[in-house]
Design a protein around this ligand. Structure first.
Ligand SMILES: *Cc1c(COP(=O)(O)O)cnc(C)c1O
Length: 372
């Protein structure tokens, strides 16, 4: 089969032909035409969060984690103290990279099947005045749970703490308005809900904190302040930009705007998620999260209890039918994940459920019911 398979993963994800075709051209990184693409893209990204008055947009080469690490290293001074509410794998990664950047990090554990609590964070900030920043993962992609960004931002603002948001898997789909939600930095990437290809991240940095960030980063390549100053002065990226990724993202953002922006994307992903969950339920599968805390980004399902189930075989059989699933990320429970994001709609989700049904039949598993 030489057709592309549908990626039901949280990035890289299925992109449109138009986005892919944008990559069939070579660009000079110093050339005015490419600089214009970067400048236009930065403005359009700021528009998505209504952040032109309050924030700057600093792009960075690399996968999304590079930008999270860069944001922590650039915003948090060497003697800072970062609190990381932890309800999943990406929170743990944020805490780990904070520690590895040499910043003090305190992890605040929460259950994996619940959102982090703004009230508990409030108590913690009351109890420990040495905390300078909070790093919040908006949608914890490890499970799919949505954390309460607006409430957490209110608590941080009330305490005068800097808020750094990893909005990697939510940006573009869930509403984020910089006029209503106060954050010092918010991080996302090209290959998630904007439906570009992977290869660059970007960070919205609050103008009011920008100057104080000079000299914080111990890394040259990951210094967002330096990247910003250079880009403002020259219109260019500091080091070789991922040119094809940038033009593909610009093309993807143009389609995002044409589709109707964030509300339209949320509506399509919500429909994808509903179609998936309803279909999987009819096959006996059970979701890990309660529906009210499930973001329409990625869904964690319990593995079927049947003895013939094995993720590797399940994955291979679904792949043969044209769909790429995603392994689970929970340590205690056997699960698998299915993404709802990318340039796909209800038809693809319906077909994915049919492929799973067929896969179960092939494996001799009567239904997807998990162990009780
Ligand atoms: C995808 C993602 C990242 C970045 O992962 P990379 O593999 O570095 O692109 C970070 N945080 C969250 C919540 C994500 O979903």
């Amino acid at each position: 089969m030489d057709r592309d398979r549908i990626l039901l993963t949280p990035g890289p994800l299925t992109t449109t032909l138009r986005t892919k075709l944008a990559m069939l051209k070579d660009w000079g990184s110093w050339d005015a035409d490419f600089n214009a693409v970067t400048a236009g893209l930065r403005e359009r990204l700021l528009d998505i969060v209504h952040g032109r008055d309050t924030h700057v947009l600093v792009p960075l080469q690399g996968s999304g984690t590079f930008s999270v690490e860069a944001a922590v290293a650039t915003l948090v001074p060497g003697n800072g103290h970062v609190l990381v509410p932890d309800n999943g794998a990406y929170c743990k990664r944020a805490a780990k990279l904070t520690q590895m950047m040499g910043r003090k990090a305190t992890v605040m554990p929460f259950a994996e099947d619940a959102p982090v609590s703004a009230a508990a964070l409030d108590d913690k900030l009351n109890a420990d005045a040495s905390i300078t920043h909070v790093v919040l993962v908006h949608c914890e992609t490890g499970t799919g749970v949505e954390n309460p960004l607006a409430e957490i931002a209110q608590v941080c603002a009330r305490h005068g703490k800097g808020l750094i948001v990893d909005a990697m898997s939510s940006f573009g789909a869930l509403p984020i308005d910089a006029r209503a939600i106060r954050f010092d930095a918010l991080i996302a990437a090209s290959g998630k809900c904007l439906e570009g290809v992977p290869g660059m991240g970007f960070v919205f940095v609050r103008k009011a904190v920008l100057d104080a960030c000079a000299g914080n980063s111990q890394s040259l390549a990951m210094d967002l302040h330096d990247q910003h100053v250079y880009m403002e002065k020259t219109g260019q990226w500091r080091f070789t930009p991922p040119t094809h990724v940038v033009v593909a993202l610009a093309e993807a953002v143009a389609q995002f705007v044409e589709e109707g922006g964030q509300p339209a994307r949320l509506a399509r992903y919500s429909d994808n998620c509903r179609t998936l969950v309803d279909g999987m339920r009819t096959l006996g599968f059970k979701c890990f999260l309660k529906p009210e805390i499930q973001a329409p980004i990625i869904v964690t399902f319990h593995a079927p209890a049947h003895a013939a189930y094995e993720f590797k075989r399940f994955y291979a059989a679904a792949k043969q039918r044209g769909f790429i699933l995603y392994p689970g990320k929970l340590t205690q429970l056997e699960t698998f994940r299915v993404g709802c994001i990318g340039a796909i709609g209800r038809n693809e989700m319906t077909q994915a459920v049919a492929a799973v049904a067929d896969t179960l039949r092939e494996m001799g598993i009567p239904n997807g019911a998990p162990a009780l």
